[in-house]
Ligand binder design. Structure first.
Ligand code: DAH
Length: 361
């Protein structure tokens, strides 16, 4: 009997040595199988318990069970330690030094539309405007009705709207033809004072050198109790000077008509068309860049606000057009062709964030 106990102790030492010697989780698993697996050394000894004399079994049973538990615990401990080591090694291997300079072979660039969007957000952000968003698939109410464009209004024709199929109630959703619906959605959600810009995609069924079926606009809306035309004029002048980076930019506010503003104005900037190219800030020609006006009382009411108490201004402009003008890009369609050569030529460095103090472009 003492022989058997000695043998057990020897086995224990061997197995524990193998456990602590296992250098990886796989080897450790092999050790486990060879001791505690179906045909493992300890399991075989346990199987033998049945054929033992009761006296011997009384001694060997608890001893074998103890051994089994001891080995199990040792394996679990070792497994934890090995896991830790493997994790450390992996983390060390995957470490990235974010302070390293960018590799010059990386050629990704920022698309001109994204660049211009960042620039515009910077400028209006500095004036205290927040960015608002709205859905691209709109109801007739938000895209037209609430903006004072009833069903028979001629402006509907101008918009070349993409309509969805009729729904059960006969109504049809549209792809928003402008960002102006965000005006209504913002007024519904927010108490004045309101000061937002709403950049985003817009859609019209139109395609040529200066039109694509999907394009980008940016809307602006300011509503409170005292905002007047002088504020509109100052705000847009400041924007244009900052955006085109021309301090003495000539500007012209020309009377126009939009259903959702009264009075309405289109804004032109001074430029030259000499030699077949547009140059901003020089020359005696004019270029229209945006539409604007005082928000129509009907629109304020449609947004759920009282037009006798609140007033303000709105404006809208094409982001792609701004990009074309500022960066001398002549064909709008190329914006959306995803041609890498075009992107490398007209794209902007991903690391040069446009900021007012640091420079926009
Ligand atoms: N929604 C107009 C368009 O798509 C642009 C516009 C003009 C927006 C005047 C305005 C505005 O907010 O006041 O043509």
């Amino acid at each position: 009997m003492t022989g058997a106990t000695e043998q057990l102790e020897k086995l224990e030492q061997e197995i524990l040595a193998a456990v602590s010697g296992a250098g990886d989780e796989r080897t450790l698993e092999d050790v486990r199988v060879s001791a505690l697996g179906k045909k493992g050394s300890v399991s075989l000894l346990m199987k033998g318990l049945g054929g033992m004399e009761p006296e011997e079994r009384k001694l060997m049973g608890p001893a074998l069970n103890g051994l089994k538990n001891k080995i199990g615990d040792a394996i679990a401990d070792r497994q934890g330690a090995l896991h830790e080591v493997a994790l450390e090694a992996r983390l060390a291997g995957e470490r990235i030094d974010v302070t390293l300079p960018v590799r010059p072979e990386r050629k990704g660039t920022i698309h001109p539309v994204s660049q211009v969007l960042d620039e515009v957000v910077q400028i209006f952000g500095d004036m205290g405007f927040a960015v608002a968003e709205g859905p691209h698939i709109e109801t007739d109410f938000y895209n037209f009705e609430a903006l004072n464009i009833p069903a028979e209004h001629p402006a509907r024709q101008e918009h070349d709207t993409f309509y969805f199929n009729e729904r059960e109630d006969g109504s049809r959703m549209v792809l928003r033809t402008h960002t102006s619906p965000v005006q209504i959605r913002t007024m519904e959600k927010q108490e004045p004072p309101i000061r937002i810009i709403a950049p985003g995609r817009t859609y019209r069924c139109d395609s040529d050198q200066t039109h694509t079926p999907m394009f980008h606009q940016i809307e602006g809306l300011v509503i409170d109790e005292t905002t007047h035309l002088g504020h509109l004029k100052w705000c847009l002048e400041e924007f244009c000077k900052a955006f085109f980076e021309v301090n003495d930019l000539k500007m012209r506010f020309r009377a126009s008509h939009f259903p959702f503003t009264e009075p309405s104005m289109e804004v032109d900037i001074g430029c030259s068309f000499d030699d077949g190219k547009v140059q901003i800030g020089v020359g005696d020609d004019w270029l229209e860049i945006l539409g604007s006006g005082m928000v129509h009382p009907y629109v304020i009411r449609a947004g759920g606000l009282d037009p006798d108490r609140y007033q303000g201004f709105a404006f809208g402009m094409g982001l792609d057009r701004l990009a074309m003008l500022k960066y001398g890009i002549s064909d709008l369609r190329a914006f959306f062709e995803a041609d890498l050569r075009w992107l490398r030529h007209y794209g902007f460095s991903a690391l040069a964030q446009p900021t007012l103090p640091g420079g926009l472009s």
